[in-house]
Design a protein around this ligand. Structure first.
Ligand code: KIV
Ligand code: NA
Length: 265
């Protein structure tokens, strides 16, 4: 199995082949996700919500992202592994952003980094690219700025914000990013951006016109409950599968039917 590269992402767009991505935060899940044939795995800072139970992605640290990314890298043979730079690790200035980017690459072994934002961080994005690190952009709903937005509602519904998003996407493309995530924006806008960019767009809640799709793995497997945005398709009900299995285990222990003779030494 040949490892997927950032160049393959761009080739897939040129060929018109859609790109499939999911998140992962640990070795065991990443092994399954990679084995199932996904093209790219994002070690998202959504680990804050999914793995830790925080209300936002803001608390994640560089050290925590490295821990998750290293765990994922250990389980992956084929997929491109992209790691989110956490809030605060690249917003201060270019020098600090490049330093943290190099640290995450060195200590996790991941293939690329993702940063939220456009014009505001373009200088830092260029610095990271200059260091030889592939960068994925992220526009639209950018959860690290939730305290500025005040809501997780659909972004760029008005013309001014749509024009800013398009301009930001062009900036990231011209700077040399290999891909751009578009989160929770109108499908028509995401299609327009996807047609204009030379590099692939990866959508989440951005309609079918993007060059690829990404979902949070725990959400699409139905492990999480109570998070039901319209863009989320649940491919399994692991919450029920796990609850039933664990309930059966509890019963078997109480009944003394586990372990049996074959399960004993
Ligand atoms: O952290 C995350 O999971 C993400 C994706 C939803 C794009 O950034
Ligand atoms: Na993220």
């Amino acid at each position: 199995t040949r490892k997927v590269t950032t160049h393959r992402f761009v080739e897939m767009k040129q060929r018109g082949e859609k790109i499939s991505m999911l998140t992962s935060y640990d070795y065991t899940t990443a092994s399954i996700v990679d084995g199932a044939g996904v093209d790219g795995i994002l070690v998202g800072d959504s680990a804050s919500n999914v793995m830790v139970g925080n209300g936002t992605t803001l608390p994640m640290t560089v050290e925590q992202m490295i821990y998750h990314a290293k765990s994922v890298v250990n389980g992956v043979k084929r997929a491109l592994v992209v790691c989110d730079m956490p809030f605060g690790s690249y917003q201060v200035d270019r020098k600090e952003g490049v330093k943290n980017a190099i640290k995450i690459m060195k200590e996790s072994g991941c293939d690329a980094l993702k940063l939220e934002g456009g014009a505001e961080i373009i200088d830092t994005v260029k610095g990271i690219l200059d260091a030889g690190i592939p960068v994925m952009g992220h526009l639209g709903l950018t959860p690290q700025s939730i305290n500025k937005f005040g809501t997780y509602a659909v972004r760029a519904k008005d013309d001014a914000e749509a024009e800013k998003l398009l301009a930001d996407a062009r900036l990231l493309d011209e700077a040399g990013c290999f891909s751009v995530v578009l989160e929770k924006v109108p499908a028509a806008l995401a299609s327009r951006v996807s047609k204009e960019l030379t590099v692939p767009t990866i959508g989440i809640g951005a309609g079918a016109g993007t060059d690829g799709q990404i979902l949070v793995v725990a959400d699409m497997l139905g492990m999480t409950k109570g998070f039901n945005p319209r863009f989320l398709r649940r491919y399994a009900d692991l919450n029920t599968v796990m609850t039933d299995a664990i309930g059966q285990y509890v019963t078997d222990v109480k009944d003394s039917t586990f372990p049996n003779e074959n399960e004993s030494y």
